[in-house]
Write a protein that binds this ligand. Structure first.
Ligand code: GSH
Length: 207
């Protein structure tokens, strides 16, 4: 049985969504953030030295890092939600799988951290927003061209992209001026598996 170490209000919500889509059984261990620092509790360090979420355990092995976890789960589910067989769609799948944490999350995180710094922080966030906008414009173009990130069906690439886009909606300037992205988010949130994951994961401020 897979054990998921899940932190409330975090990226690890995606792993619950993926497990619900795959219909794989799992045991959920929920952790709450420190209310002052917003950091994960020290217990998570006992699971993995980085002390971050998500982390999963399966058959005695520990897997951290969302992208590595979703690829592990694709393997476990015999390729379900994995790369489409068509060459171009497969390449898009791989691109978005890496792009979510590698390129979109960093400026969103910088904006969040700076927004908590009084005065100077607010000035600095204005310099970050144009960097986020480049990503949001690119993503809008991609989602205007096809229903899901890789092609015409939901894949793990969509699961990876869900958190950055939810975070962008909450604090990164994503709004109705990018209708394809907003429609994609609504489609994601309407999925029964997404809703089931929300019901299990506890507090989640982004859906
Ligand atoms: N790129 C990593 C990021 C992991 C990460 O930073 N997780 C956050 C959750 S949003 C966390 O555990 N934050 C609490 C902390 O840093 O103490 C992944 O996708 O797994």
């Amino acid at each position: 049985m897979i054990i998921v170490h899940h932190l409330e209000n975090s990226r690890s919500q995606r792993v619950l969504w993926m497990l619900e889509e795959l219909g794989l059984p799992y045991e959920l261990h929920r952790y709450e953030r420190n209310v002052k620092t917003m950091l994960a509790p020290p217990e998570l360090r006992r699971v993995h030295p980085l002390g971050k979420a998500p982390v999963i355990e399966d058959d005695g092995r520990v897997v951290a890092e969302t992208g590595a976890i979703v690829e592990y789960l694709v393997g476990k589910a015999d390729g379900k939600l994995g790369p489409p067989p068509e060459r171009e769609a497969g390449l898009r799948y791989r691109f978005f799988l890496h792009y979510a944490e590698g390129s979109v999350m960093p400026p969103l995180l910088v904006k969040l951290v700076l927004s908590r710094v009084p005065v100077m922080g607010r000035i600095a966030t204005r310099r970050i927003q144009p960097m986020i906008d480049v990503h949001l414009d690119f993503i809008e173009g991609e989602l205007a061209a096809r229903p899901w990130f890789a092609g015409d069906r939901l894949t793990a690439a969509d699961i990876m992209m869900s958190f950055p886009l939810e975070a962008a909606r909450a604090r990164g300037g994503l709004d109705e001026s990018r209708p394809a992205t907003i429609a994609w988010l609504a489609k994601v949130h309407a999925r029964p598996a997404y809703q089931a994951a929300l019901g299990k994961g506890g507090s989640y401020a982004y859906a």
